[in-house]
Design a protein around this ligand. Structure first.
Ligand code: FES
Ligand SMILES: [Fe+2]
Length: 425
């Protein structure tokens, strides 16, 4: 049974000892669905997917399917995609424009805000049957930050802007570079990886360390032919890791001028450089130049600055995730630039992307390895930079330290443990 004692033994953010059981234990997973995913803000999609009244898409909050709509008053509504009659999905399409949603089982019909509008043969339910009593379950809090739609089941949650906290500073570096903001472009790529959701979430929060090993061949094929590590002085440690009390984190390389990732499409690199001065005027030099970095908003929303992939790691059991990945672009960019970002992010971090495959290979192998009776209780080492000095970023106010560090991961598990442990005996 999961007790506070067992939980404390699973992950100790002070020592950096983490049990591999957090990746495989079914009881841990079931508690995560309630303790983590029902209390936190979760990313649903982008407002540019809902341009006019009646536009909708279906998304997930962990394993719960939800319908997200642009309603008649121009606001955004979200409701549980579960018919109140027998539990069929109310909407089985991924996206579209609709006036109402009719359940395909017995034909109950719901409006854009989840209100129950009509029931076939309603008189058979008797005179006391009221449509208002059987509306779809609403998602009580839906808020947007610069076009990014988040939602939570937690009516007591802090406002989204406060939840994002210092991470909003880094997110703005991607979504608010230029006047007009940003939009998602080219659909959503969705694929399954046989690994626990925390592996990618934690890696994107904290782990630049793996890149030089895991991605060495993918990076090598992208390097210019005359590349000389001594001459070019490529030091992968030259950067900063940040984290915030809400469990978010990220890391980026230091730069004093824009230095787009080598795997970007040439037209996207050109765009980042040619719009640099405008972005600098808006964001300040520190943020405008740091165009490469990994980031996670706790629990399961991540992005890569510069590559401009944003993604959610939807949990599908303890050992499986469904990745949903969008490419995000400056709204004011020409069409060929938007397409260049789409191609570049797909080439590097799409389902068969050069770098994405390296990461997935690691996560799948870990998940398989941890099925062993002895393996699954292995204590894993999260001790890097345990004693490194910590400071507050003069730019964002986040905590920050060395780039090669497990501190943001320990912080991720500090938040995880706090939520998982609340109310445990
Ligand atoms: S399950 Fe939806 S109408 Fe019966
Ligand atoms: Fe990676």
């Amino acid at each position: 049974m999961l007790t506070s004692e067992r939980l404390a033994a699973l992950a100790d953010p002070d020592t950096g000892d983490v049990s591999a059981a957090i990746y495989t234990d079914e009881e841990v997973y079931r508690r995560e669905l309630d303790a983590i995913f029902r209390t936190s803000w979760l990313f649903l999609g982008h407002e540019s997917q809902l341009r006019k009244a009646g536009d909708f898409f279906t998304s997930y909050m962990a394993e719960d399917s939800v319908v997200v709509t642009r309603n008649r008053t121009g606001g955004i509504s979200a409701f549980l995609n579960v018919c109140r009659h027998r539990g069929m999905k109310i909407c089985r399409a991924e996206l579209g424009n609709a006036r109402a949603f009719q359940c395909t089982y017995h034909g109950w019909s719901y409006g854009l805000e989840g209100d129950l509008k009509a029931v076939p043969n309603q008189e058979a339910y008797g005179p006391d049957f009221a449509l208002e009593d059987w509306a779809a379950i609403p998602v009580p809090r839906v808020e947007s930050y610069k076009g990014m739609i988040f939602a939570t089941w937690n009516t007591d949650a802090v406002d989204l802007i406060d939840y994002l906290g210092e991470s909003a500073y880094y997110l703005d570096g991607v979504i608010d570079r230029l006047p007009g903001g940003s939009e998602v472009f080219g659909g959503i790529h969705k694929w399954v990886i046989d690994c626990n959701w925390k592996m990618p979430a934690e890696q994107f929060a904290s782990d630049m360390y793996h890149a030089a090993t895991s991605h060495v061949s993918a990076i090598a094929v992208n390097l210019p032919e005359d590349f000389d590590p001594l001459k070019h002085g490529l030091d992968q440690r030259d950067g900063v890791q940040y984290w915030s009390d809400e469990g978010h984190g990220g890391g980026y390389f230091l730069a004093d001028k824009p230095n787009p990732a080598i795997w970007l499409h040439p037209r996207a690199k050109e765009w980042l450089i040619s719009t640099y001065e405008e972005a600098e005027a808006r964001l300040g030099a520190h943020r405008a130049a740091h165009v490469s970095g990994h980031n996670t908003i706790f629990p399961n929303f991540s992005w890569l600055a510069g590559t401009n992939t944003i993604r959610v790691w939807h949990p599908r059991g303890a050992g499986k995730i469904e990745v949903w990945a969008w490419t995000i672009v400056d709204s004011g960019a020409p069409a060929d630039v938007k397409n260049a970002f789409r191609k570049g992010s797909l080439r590097a971090f799409g389902p068969s992307g050069l770098l994405e495959q390296d990461d997935g290979e690691n996560w799948v192998e870990i998940q398989k390895t941890m099925q062993g009776s002895v393996s699954r209780d292995t204590t894993l080492c999260y001790r890097m930079a345990l004693d490194a000095p910590i400071r507050r970023s003069e730019h964002s106010g986040a905590h920050e330290g060395p780039l090669f560090s497990d501190t943001a991961a320990r912080n991720f598990y500090r938040r995880w443990s706090a939520l998982m442990g609340s109310g445990l005996a």
